[in-house]
Design a binder for this molecule. Structure first.
Ligand SMILES: Cc1cc2nc3c(=O)[nH]c(=O)nc-3n(C[C@H](O)[C@H](O)[C@H](O)COP(=O)(O)OP(=O)(O)OC[C@H]3O[C@@H](n4cnc5c(N)ncnc54)[C@H](O)[C@@H]3O)c2cc1C
Length: 557
């Protein structure tokens, strides 16, 4: 079934009908303005679509007629909301453009194919006619990877895969499921749950993102330590390309040279369109336990996570906020009526133990049988105790679980009030992590200051260990700052460049799970090397000789 885009915001997050959850929380907004050095928050609403004039579609009458004959009139859409919704993804840069009504780059039409045959036919046609094609899942990407840029082709089509959302097979004996790529996270998990199974991939964008997007972006869910990333759970996939169908191996293991499925993970729509995929599933966990700890500082919290991972304690989730983020979350909870008796108890224990502003909160999650969970929680509690942490009980964990898919809407609330917010992410080995954390925070603080609205209104930097492995972890950094309305893109670009330069200089990857798109292209050669890029270009040339697929993304030209 086609996802009804008309009910979704074309220039923000989620449902149009969804209200601003923080509208009535004046105390929070007053506090935030003070934190950011703003005399008061502003009213900076986005421009409504009705005010904007979109460029006329460049499709010829003949091309339109052929597409309609192929897909049906209802699946070839040229309405303003459809085209605007598919113009970009949902990065901060994208949101600035959409909210300002910058719709110079919009798809000429949005297509909703029903299956592999139709996708192949569209690609053949576009290849013949010299039309660019941008594969589009949920449109939740944050790296500029769905920007409708024709890059020199005469027009550009958005190929929305959400009409391809069928469950093809759930094989509980083999522990696999085969699904069409446009299925949303929610629908996928519901179908698996009905058979007692789960994929366990829960990105924060879960409600709106799709299986194809998760694979194409090499995504990571919040329960990565237990369920792995897309590269771990993808068994095989079918990729429609202008040269025909490419199917990859579907055996549990094989020594027939490099595994070709891995060419599809992270291909960002530049090699082909993932039409369906077979993924490794597991039994749905019977029980879950999410709880919090408070560490004296970031280093001891990070040491706890490393010890858990290196001792192979089967955690589902380990997220450590740094001191700034811990302080921000405490204030946020207190000022948005999310504080309960357990928070007050935690405050008392924190004071009793002499913890200061360097304290850092860790949320842990475990899933499985009662016995498994009891054993793991006990082992982690012992590690935390040895490292001097205070246990905070279940309430921080339950609060995290309840709110985990709701926070993306906050970006719109802030943008409406003259406040910018963006997140940068990376991963590095444990031995580099402390220095990387400090250096990126420092670079971001300096960039916020240098690009501030005015000297005392620069902004704040929050960071966290978001995903953990045996050999390292992924760090995420968020910045919240007063928007410089006279030069917003320049302000963002300077902050983004500072973060990315510091990440690369201190041994981090340019992206752990957001991908390359257009926004990380300039750091791609540093990460892959000249020869590495040549390999990627050669692969693209094989699948897509004319370069019509998602041009200008993933591989620098
Ligand atoms: C608030 C917020 C939180 C997020 N949290 C996470 C997180 O926790 N973990 C995470 O990994 N990511 C996260 N993201 C990023 C984003 O949601 C993911 O990258 C997601 O996997 C994108 O899926 P999508 O279906 O929306 O893809 P889209 O955004 O539509 O597309 C992303 C890329 O994949 C390509 N693509 C999509 N479908 C196909 C297909 N079928 N075949 C070929 N190419 C295709 C597109 O061309 C594009 O290059 C977050 C984003 C936001 C805004």
């Amino acid at each position: 079934m086609i996802r009804d885009r008309s009910k979704l915001r074309w220039n923000g997050w989620g449902w149009i009908a969804q209200r601003d959850r923080l509208a009535a929380h004046d105390a929070f907004w007053t506090w935030l303005a003070q934190e950011l050095g703003m005399p008061g928050l502003l009213a900076t609403p986005p421009r409504p679509l009705e005010e904007l004039v979109l460029p006329a579609s460049r499709l010829t009458a003949g091309e339109r007629a052929v597409l309609i004959a192929l897909l049906g009139a209802d699946r070839v859409r040229e309405g303003a909301h459809e085209r605007a919704f598919h113009a970009r993804g949902r990065s901060y840069r994208d949101l600035l453009g959409l909210r300002a009504g910058d719709l110079d780059l919009v798809p000429d039409a949005v297509l909703y194919p029903r299956g592999q045959g139709e996708v192949l036919a569209v690609l053949m046609l576009a290849n013949e006619a010299g039309i660019a094609v941008v594969p589009f899942g949920g449109g939740t990407g944050v790296a500029g990877a769905t920007l409708a840029d024709p890059c020199g082709f005469k027009s550009v089509l958005a190929l929305d895969l959400t009409g391809m959302d069928r469950v093809i097979e759930i094989d509980t004996v083999g522990g696999t499921a085969t699904l069409q790529a446009g299925i949303s996270g929610m629908a996928l998990e519901q179908a698996l749950k009905a058979r007692g199974a789960t994929l366990g991939h829960y990105p924060q964008s879960f409600e709106f993102s799709t299986l194809g997007g998760w694979i194409a972006h090499r995504g990571a869910g919040q329960m990565l330590p237990r369920y792995g990333t897309a590269e771990n759970w993808l068994l095989s996939a079918r990729l429609a390309t202008p040269r025909g169908l490419f199917s990859t191996e579907a055996v549990p293991a094989s020594a027939t040279g490099p595994r070709l499925s891995q060419l599809i993970v992270g291909s960002e729509g530049a090699f082909g369109v993932i039409t369906d995929a077979t993924v490794r599933i597991r039994s749905a966990p019977a029980f879950a336990d999410y709880r919090g700890y408070l560490f004296r500082d970031f280093a001891s919290g990070a040491a706890a996570i490393r010890t858990v991972m290196q001792n192979e304690i089967p955690a589902a989730m380990l997220v450590l906020s740094d001191a700034q983020e811990t302080r921000f979350c405490r204030a946020f909870n207190a000022l948005s009526d999310r504080q309960g008796w357990s928070d007050r108890l935690a405050d008392a224990r924190r004071e009793f133990n002499g913890f200061d502003d360097a304290a850092c909160a860790l949320v842990t999650g475990f899933e499985g049988t009662r016995t498994e969970i009891r054993e793991s929680v006990g082992r982690v509690a012992a590690i935390a105790r040895r490292l001097g942490a205070i246990p905070l009980g279940r309430s921080p964990g339950e609060r995290w679980r309840a709110g985990r898919f709701r926070t993306p809407g906050l970006r719109d609330s802030m943008l409406d009030r003259g406040v910018g917010i963006d997140t940068f992410e990376t991963a590095a080995s444990w031995s580099r992590l402390d220095a990387l954390h400090a250096s990126v925070c420092q670079a971001l603080t300096a960039a916020l200051r240098a690009n501030a609205l005015k000297p005392d209104a620069d902004g704040i930097v929050l960071a966290r260990i978001a995903h953990a492995y045996r050999d390292g972890a992924s760090l995420e950094f968020s910045v919240i700052f007063p928007r410089r309305l006279d030069g917003e893109i320049e302000q963002w670009q300077a902050i983004k460049t500072a973060a990315c330069d510091a990440i690369v200089a201190h041994g981090g990857t340019i992206s752990h799970h957001h991908g390359i798109g257009t926004e990380h292209l300039r750091w791609m050669e540093m990460e892959k090397g000249a020869l590495g890029l040549e390999v990627l270009r050669a692969i693209k040339q094989v699948f897509d000789p004319k370069g019509i697929l998602n041009p200008g993304k993933l591989i620098p030209r």
